[in-house]
Design a protein around this ligand. Structure first.
Ligand code: NDP
Length: 447
């Protein structure tokens, strides 16, 4: 329920951003939490502060022409939404996926504001991407696309302005091509302009692992709070990309057992525990399909083409693929099968109906803006290393990541308690993130 004082803000957002369903969903979810803040501190509703948070500071949409391997000209659309810079330069990933549009980029940018605030690091919120589909494209095509994308983007970014990173469809390869073009266009080796870089030219150790590892660190704190741990817990992780792979690695390290993962083609179930080396070989080296896992494993592993991973019974569920991949029906199936914790490795993978079901059933639920903040936090550590021309060890970086995730967890719990909603991580994350951004915005006046 949205407080009646905040209802006009939502109405304006819906009207001004017509048709952007995911953006509406993300704003509604935050506004639902803020009623308790303005009831206690009405000054946070002054000077249209919440209205200003819901309006991006800048939105850039551009043409990306490139030439494919058949010598044909292709046109894609590029986006960068610079949402809020109250806490630092805009920071957030770039997504290449055919589903990308301005509404998706705005939802991701909006979430990023609060996530980055929760990390406690000096970074604002932004997001970008393109409707370019990298699947089936050659290395050369990927390079030409990334170069063309950067020919426009370079005018809008910089280490003190806006620092993009990876997301769906954008990993170290794409960041490398984009960084190369940025360097050429600007004639500056400005390492801090992009994060997720390769280690040899300014990347950070543990950045690749950070989002997945961070989510599992967050869940470890949740389990500790419940008086338990990962030992022998059955886990299900959707997706088999960057976040999913490193979430699975850390679950295994903490003594849990992952029995299923997926891609957009289907689901694999392996009761012996997912063989992560094989998944990495298929996904990171061959850029193949998860169905190849079942082909390689033979009997003992099931592949369900188009299957629903949330029907697989588990104690802990980690949606790590994409937005709205887990709905009310899926939540009911998970609850029926005894799930106790659900943590979003992806951004907004659970629909509002699913979240409601989990909370009503007493399932502990961690929203993405808290649980997957380890990626952007480690990106900020990469910026820190670039600024000091330093390179930290894996251990030191992971130690900082673990500490940050522990702090985010505690801040969610404390804030939820303080606002009368114990164990409500959604409310805790939204309010704690909001207060940090709002305090900075209030100090800076109406800008
Ligand atoms: P990847 O591109 O590495 O992997 C994405 C995975 O999700 C793939 O297995 C992909 O399958 C699957 N997937 C993507 N879109 C769909 C879809 N529409 N339906 C079903 N499955 C889909 O991306 P990441 O792992 O980097 O990102 C995953 C999620 O985590 C996203 O929500 C992202 O915003 C979020 N995130 C990522 C961070 C990072 O550091 N990378 C940081 C914080 C959040 P297929 O290959 O078949 O498409």
């Amino acid at each position: 329920m949205i407080d009646e004082k905040l209802q006009p803000i939502l109405s304006t957002v819906l009207h001004r951003n017509a048709g952007e369903a995911e953006f509406h969903q993300a704003v509604r979810e935050v506004l639902e939490s803020l009623g308790r803040v303005i009831a206690r501190h009405p000054e946070y509703a002054d000077e249209a502060l919440i209205e200003r948070i819901c309006e991006p500071e800048r939105q850039i949409i551009f043409r990306v022409p490139w030439i494919d391997d058949n010598d044909q000209v292709q046109i894609n659309r590029g986006f960068r939404v610079q949402f809020n810079s109250a806490l630092g330069p805009y920071k957030g990933g770039v997504r290449f996926h055919p589903s990308v549009n301005i509404g998706i980029v705005k939802f991701l940018g909006f979430e990023q504001i609060f996530k980055n605030a929760l990390s406690g690091l000096p970074i604002g919120g932004g997001k970008g991407g393109s409707d370019f589909d990298p699947k089936g494209r050659s290395d050369r095509e990927i390079m030409r696309f990334c170069q063309s994308f950067m020919v426009e983007l370079h005018r809008h970014i910089g280490e003190y302005v806006d620092v993009p990173a990876g997301d769906i469809g954008v990993g170290a390869r794409e960041i490398g091509y984009m960084f190369g073009m940025y360097k050429r266009l600007n004639n500056r080796f400005e390492a801090g302009v992009l994060t997720g870089k390769g280690l040899v030219y300014g990347g950070s150790r543990a950045r690749k692992e950070a989002t997945g590892f961070g989510t599992v660190y967050f869940v470890r704190s949740m389990l500790e709070n419940m008086g338990t741990d990962f030992e022998d817990k059955r886990c299900v992780v959707s997706g088999s990309g960057n976040v999913a792979i490193y979430a699975m690695q850390k679950i295994n390290a903490f003594g849990g057992k992952v029995v299923a993962c997926s891609d957009s083609g289907g689901v694999i179930i392996d009761e012996d525990g997912i063989d992560l080396d094989l998944v990495r070989e298929i996904k990171e080296e061959r850029r193949g399909r998860i169905s190849e896992y079942a082909e390689a494993k033979g009997a003992g592993c099931t592949y369900k083409h188009g299957g629903n991973i949330w029907d697989v019974p588990c104690d802990l569920a980690f949606p790590c693929a994409t937005q709205n991949e887990l709905d009310g029906r899926d939540a009911k199936a998970l609850i029926k099968n005894g799930v106790t914790v659900v943590a979003e490795g992806a951004n907004m993978p659970c629909t509002p109906e699913a979240v409601k079901q989990f909370q009503a059933a007493g399932v502990r639920f961690a929203p993405g803006k808290a649980a997957n903040a380890g990626g952007v936090a480690t990106s900020a550590l990469e910026m820190q290393q670039n600024a000091s021309r330093d390179s930290w060890s894996f251990e030191k970086t992971e130690e900082r990541l673990a500490e940050i995730m522990g702090n985010i967890h505690d801040s969610c719990v404390q804030t939820a308690d303080e606002y009368g909603a114990p164990d409500d991580y959604v409310l805790g994350a939204n309010i704690a993130g909001f207060l940090r951004v709002a305090d900075a915005m209030r100090a800076m006046g109406v800008i």
